[in-house]
Design a binder for this molecule. Structure first.
Ligand code: CUK
Ligand code: CUA
Length: 623
């Protein structure tokens, strides 16, 4: 070997050694290393690849946080399939523009959708409906999973921030909505000095009506002002009970960051909802703003407290219903409690005291095990093999541990700082295993940069093996807090809306389209089909609506195309209005014609080769 070659080689070795040292010192610096590993592993790509024309095996229904929408993903491809507007207006579909959805939104400009809850039958998702909670404006929503339309929104009085849920009972008897914030009952004015006495955290029981795709408030439960977090309903053995976590038993009113973290223990609230429903039926409530308010301190025997380490973020019930698990986010442990032992403690009145008139069960009598999982544990899901998966916000990991042994089996790095996670049907009585998605709060370097703010990030983890395997990730808009993953074959969608002859304002053929005038009220009974609008069949200009300035025009539009996926839009140029009618659907848009002039109407949803020709006019004659 000549001298110069030796020099070059030793130079290369030197660089390699340098890199090795750098790796040892700085460790795995995140995405780029992770990406290389995954690129080399072709089988991971194959696992998530869904060829064109084929469908994903699962739907993931993710809350859209402060977008107020529902994000529907396909899994394992992680493709975003649809954004369903729920709590906020959506110009693309005209949700919040047409009369019915406008009335449903009732003027609200936004919502903060934290937790979706798919309806259940015998503790398993049944794919009929999805419920949503709005932390921002105190509402609950009903999303029909046949159409993926929001069909009802309920404004809930006496509460502030129905955060920790929606969660449903095993047969969708109730949807529970406990609150994150505490305010005086009825929202009346009260000084913060009166917090402990006057402020309350009210939990609402909503009664879903699956047949009519609506909801109603059944009753409310007045709880101490302790800030409630994600909660879960009992199942099987614990059916009839529900579990809430609290993180502000300190009753801090300012700088919660410091002041709500003082106590070593907060509480899990266990409540017997069957018992409460019975009490309410027996008249044991007071009426507050038209709602039945139940006070558990007045009627003992239905609500108990269980101590839990430091500021828990959630509580989850195991698939068999025998244990409930809470993670104190400021404690490195996850606590697993025995429901049976809790019942025994209640029976024997094995209490370690009381708070605000509610008995506190003796911790040592109820705890089953404390599992050392890592830093910042938040939420837990389950697989079909007796394992639990908990997110670690601070460690940026998902930890897999065994329910029986309490042993940690594996940890997967996620990028970064996961909040919730969702496993396939992972919060039901019968989890599916296979996949888990970590809903990460901070994406940092995971995607092409789009400026100072980055998207949220979701990591797809294969949980079929002993070890977890991170196989793919995808960005998300703000901001999935929680998601549920359901087998696709449980969802049965409608392709064309039923032709309901009784439907008010619908006309079913272009020959029936007509315009009725009543003073300054104009009703247009129109149809949309490929590729025309017909507003008035009798007119020689059937696609023109002529009104006078100051008139109120009601466009009742029916899409008479009865083919899958032929949706028509209805935009009025210059009038700031747009909505869509899906196949077989009728919608009404009311426009106050207070601006005179000539305004083209056009189909906004590309529907045929002659879509561009699908136009008409709104003529507003000056006064
Ligand atoms: S919360 Cu946001 S990550 Cu509303 Cu359940 Cu835990
Ligand atoms: Cu109808 Cu485009």
């Amino acid at each position: 070997m000549n001298a110069s070659l030796t020099k070059v080689l030793s130079g290369i070795i030197g660089i390699a050694a340098g890199l090795l040292v750098a790796f040892l010192v700085f460790g795995n610096t995140g995405s780029s290393d992770m990406a290389t590993t995954n690129k080399q592993n072709k089988s991971n790509a194959e696992k998530v690849y869904v060829p064109p024309g084929e469908h994903d095996e699962y739907y993931m229904m993710a809350s859209g946080g402060h977008s107020g929408q529902l994000f529907v993903y396909g899994l394992p491809s992680m493709r975003l399939i649809r954004q369903v507007p729920v709590f906020s207006p959506d110009p693309a579909t005209g949700y919040g523009f047409d009369d019915a959805s406008k009335e449903m939104l009732n003027g609200y400009k936004w919502g903060d959708f934290h937790h979706p809850a798919i309806s259940e039958t015998e503790g398993e998702y049944d794919g009929r409906a999805l419920f949503a909670s709005d932390v921002g404006n105190n509402r609950a929503a009903y999303v029909d999973l046949e159409t993926f339309h929001t069909t009802d929104i309920l404004e809930i009085p006496n509460v502030s921030g129905p955060h920790c849920a929606a969660f449903v009972t095993p047969n969708t008897e109730y949807l529970f909505l406990p609150t994150r914030f505490s305010v005086p009952i009825g929202g009346e004015y009260a000084e913060l000095d009166e917090y402990s006495e006057k402020y309350k955290g009210v939990m609402t029981a909503v009664k879903p009506d699956v047949k009519n795709k609506k909801m109603d408030i059944a009753f409310q439960v007045m709880l101490p002002p302790w800030a409630y977090d994600l909660s879960d309903a009992g199942k099987k053995l614990s059916n009839g009970w529900s579990f809430l976590s609290t993180y502000n038993t300190e009753e801090a009113t300012t700088t919660l960051e410091i002041n709500a973290s003082q106590n070593d223990r907060d509480y899990i609230v266990m409540f017997n909802w069957k018992q409460i429903a019975k009490e309410v039926k027996d008249g044991n409530f007071t009426e507050v703003n038209g709602e039945k308010m139940f006070d558990p301190a007045k009627y003992p025997g239905s609500v108990y407290l269980v101590p839990v380490p430091k500021s828990p973020h959630g509580v989850d019930v195991t698939p068999d219903g025998e244990h409930f698990i809470a993670s104190g986010k400021l404690s490195p442990t996850t606590s697993m409690y025995s429901f049976e032992k809790a019942l025994e403690a209640i029976e024997k009145e094995d209490f370690q005291g009381e708070a605000k008139g509610l008995p506190i069960l003796n911790y040592d009598s109820v705890i089953d095990k404390e599992v050392e999982v890592g830093l910042g544990p938040l939420h837990t899901q389950f697989d079909n093999n007796g394992n639990a998966y908990t997110t670690l916000f601070i460690d940026s990991q998902v930890v897999k541990w065994n329910l029986e042994s309490g042993k940690v089996i594996d940890k997967a790095e996620v990028a970064y700082s996961p909040g919730h996670l969702a496993a396939v049907e992972g919060d039901t009585a019968n989890p599916g295993g296979k996949w888990l998605v970590s809903l990460n709060k901070i994406a940092k370097d995971q995607y092409l940069s789009v400026g100072p703010s980055h998207p949220e990030s979701m990591d797809l983890v294969d949980i079929t093996g002993e070890k977890m395997e991170l196989v793919a990730n995808a960005p998300s808009q703000p901001e999935p807090h929680y998601a549920q993953i359901i087998n696709a074959d449980k969802i049965k969608t409608t392709e064309v809306m039923d032709k309901d002859e009784k439907r008010k304002n619908a006309v079913w053929s272009k020959d029936e389209a007509h315009i009725e005038r009543d003073g300054d009220e104009v009703h247009v009974y129109g149809v949309a089909f490929r590729s025309r609008f017909v507003f008035d069949a009798q007119s020689d200009k059937p696609d023109v609506v002529k009104v006078k300035e100051g008139d109120t025009v009601h466009f009742h539009m029916t899409n008479i195309d009865r083919d899958e996926d032929i949706t028509h839009g209805f935009g009025i140029n210059g009038y700031n209005e747009n909505f869509e009618v899906q196949p077989g659907e009728t919608k009404t848009l009311t426009v106050k014609a207070d601006k005179s002039g000539t305004f083209p109407i056009y189909c906004t949803n590309f529907c045929s080769a002659l879509h561009q020709e699908m136009t008409g006019y709104l003529l507003v004659e000056p006064k």
